[in-house]
Ligand binder design. Sequence first.
Ligand code: XMP
Length: 576
Amino acid sequence: MSVLDTGGQYCHLIARRVRELGIYANVLPCDTPPERLAKCRALIISGGPASVYAPGSPLLHPGTLALGIPLLGICYGQQIIAHQLDGHVEPGTKGEYGLAHLDLSPSPLFAGLAGRQQVWMSHRDQVDRLPSGFRLLGSTDTCPIAAIGDDARRIYGLQFHPEVVQTLGGRQILENFVFAIASCVRDWEPAHQLPVVEEQIRAMAGDRSVFFFASGGVDSTVAYTVCLRALGPERVHATYVDTGLMREGETEFVRGVFESLAKGSFTVADARQEFLGQLATARDPEAKRLIIGEEFVAVQQRILESGHYLDGDWILGQGTIYPDTIESGGTKQADLIKTHHNRVAGIQKLMEQNRLVEPLREFYKDEVRQLGRALGLPDALLDRHPFPGPGLAIRCLCHGEHAKLEKTEDGWLMPVRTVGVQGDSRTYRAVLVIGEPDHALATEIANRDARVNRVVACLASHAPVGDLQVFPSNLSEQRLETLRQADALVRRLSDESGYDRTIWQFPVVLIPAGTPERPDSIVLRPIDSVDGMTATATAIPSGLASEMTEALLALPGIAAVFLDLTHKPPGTIEWE
Ligand code: XMP
């Protein structure tokens, strides 16, 4: 079956949820010609930010609604159905975002669900007249037409999002749609695809070999391993670039994994001096990113040329996954990562010459993990938290001039600026320190005080917060080493306590705020997330927090330990 993309952030989540039910789902543009959809068992139209009345807004090809294929429109998808049939959509001004309670009528779509359901709403416009042949299937207090259906034509619409976990009966609704209504048959188990993927690799490679830039991340390692299985160790090679910006023990960890997969088909390129030399005086987050991006380009080009990988005997392997291949569904990060890797002239050339193999381009992240397990890769690799390509450089903050903290009505304003996000725009603002780790208060302040995009609580300090100062600072080897030690310490304690497995990611950040003897401090940033696009700042169990702060305050040069209380938005996950 296919999910028709109307530009919403949830499009990939819908396809993932359907695949979790054992049904293959791909994502197609919503105006895909009906001829291309005719063989589908079912179609789902995703939600999206547009209004059907906006010029150029995404609409279905008119023939799609006449195909006779079971169709489920979600959010904007329901509005498209009403608008393109003979219903009506009322343009909204306020919008409704968050939890609501749906009172539902019996319907095949709601089989097995009680009459009142918690659902997640995120919309402005809403349907105010049903198309002919449809009946009302559910309402909430503020949205009278929250679910509609035409059982004869098997077309349904939901104003709420069944794909998010906050809609408690969402999985049941999707199951009802794909199995009971659309009669789909289970046809998808990622690990069963391995022989097909191997065959695709052999067909693409012919008698050529495959070269990878390994990052130590899940995607490139699984892609490499499946190529190894398809072609054998003599025909697959990987190089890992050591930038000097990695965590403690990273290069050894990656070497250990790759050497155990195939001895001799892995090399490490030591580029530490190049990266650290170029970054020595950079302070601004964008400047750091640009330098790292350009240095990657230079190093990768050098490796491609010196290893003769641009000759006709080689093709390039990449760990690109499904969301990265689809423009509107890929996260901004995915785009960024892609430009880094694809910008190298040599790689561009290989792509143009059809010499690129991306064995995971059909799979989602969770599925890549399943493939990795089926291939026998260790959990220590597959269950790793995401780690940014630019490494510790974006967790080591720098500052231009000496400055003091300023007292405000809520706490202390610390003039260390960090990157945040509001709507689609980036912010670069100061940090506010409050007394207690109160997440609700932090959210309220971040929304109210335009000077800040981040709120932290001081967990422990060698000096009163008001006495801390911000010092001029660079990305020096010494500061990176302090951060590396702090990160290793936090990781060890978080892992040993089992806390690490309960969260999505746990960045540890070094900021240049402290005392003359101890000029830096550490920020702990544990967060929960589904895909990194939004995130919730999480608390640390108090025993673990005390253990961490005590150990961190014992590190040379560390004056205080803070806990970041900011959700994304308005803060990003990384501080940059
Ligand atoms: P932000 O800070 O934008 O991060 O909220 C969202 C997710 O993306 C990761 N991240 C990166 N990953 N290269 C990567 O491979 C990068 O340049 C990069 N920047 C951020 C971040 O760790 C989080 O998981």
